[in-house]
Write a protein that binds this ligand. Structure first.
Ligand SMILES: [Cu+2]
Length: 232
């Protein structure tokens, strides 16, 4: 019994120390301020298979607002962190269903798998346009239901487009750490597992640009950062 304790106690001590050091979080909500523009619905008439997938008008993803004008599709991340972080086993799924990319904004770790789906029964041609990573340009005919790709290096946001359907657009950022979050319609983001310190936080929107904030968190502390994007 004593022997087991000698082994277990140091292991537990290491575990507890790690848990305390890396338990800080930065969370918040992103809100849009100003007159909400009337977005023109997307015309998918060029491909009848696409238009047949929708009963209601499809609005562009450039400005997706929730209750109280909370904003979706905002990428919030910590800039300038370095370290050795494991690549998640979990794949990120990019679906092309209904000739739209879902999600519209993706944060992914370098080396993490991106599974790209085509359930549409039509041709998509997914074209990623990074500058640091290798570009890829893949035809996905209707029988090609999925492909898997990954990006080797960290890179700031770049576009993905479909060469068949010009309205299809997505954005990808590649990180060499796990400290990023993309908002859903509720505008909420959460960056967890940080150690105590002062961080530069960047909030990015495809049209309204980026905003930077400096946030200091103590070990185990959760700080709130509320972000507002204004119509220029
Ligand atoms: Cu397409």
């Amino acid at each position: 019994m004593k022997h087991i304790q000698t082994i277990l106690l140091p292991i537990m001590a290491v575990f507890l120390t790690t848990a305390c050091v890396d338990a800080a979080s930065i969370t918040g909500k992103v809100v849009y301020e100003g007159a909400v523009p009337n977005l023109k619905p997307i015309s998918m008439d060029a491909d009848p298979i696409c238009s047949a997938k929708h009963d209601a008008p499809v609005l562009p993803d450039v400005l997706v607002l929730g209750e109280g004008n909370s904003m979706a599709n905002i990428l919030v991340y910590v800039s300038g962190v370095s370290g050795d972080f494991p690549v998640p086993e979990e794949e990120i799924v990019l679906d092309q269903e209904g000739c739209r990319y879902e999600p519209h904004v993706i944060g992914i770790q370098a080396g993490q798998k991106l599974k790209i789906l085509n359930p549409d029964g039509t041709l998509h041609n997914i074209h990623a346009l990074p500058k640091i990573n290798a570009e890829f340009n893949m035809a996905m005919p209707k029988f090609k239901k999925q492909i898997v790709r990954s990006f080797d290096k960290a890179e700031s946001v770049f576009p993905i487009k479909c060469d068949v359907h010009p309205w299809m657009s997505a954005w990808v950022a590649v990180f060499d750490h796990p400290f990023f979050s993309v908002t859903q319609k509720d505008g909420v983001f959460s960056i967890d597992g940080l150690s105590a310190g002062t961080y530069e936080i960047v909030a990015w929107h495809e049209k309204l640009g980026e905003q930077k904030f400096s946030v200091t968190v103590g070990a185990d502390e959760t700080k709130t950062l509320d972000v507002t994007f204004k119509k220029p």
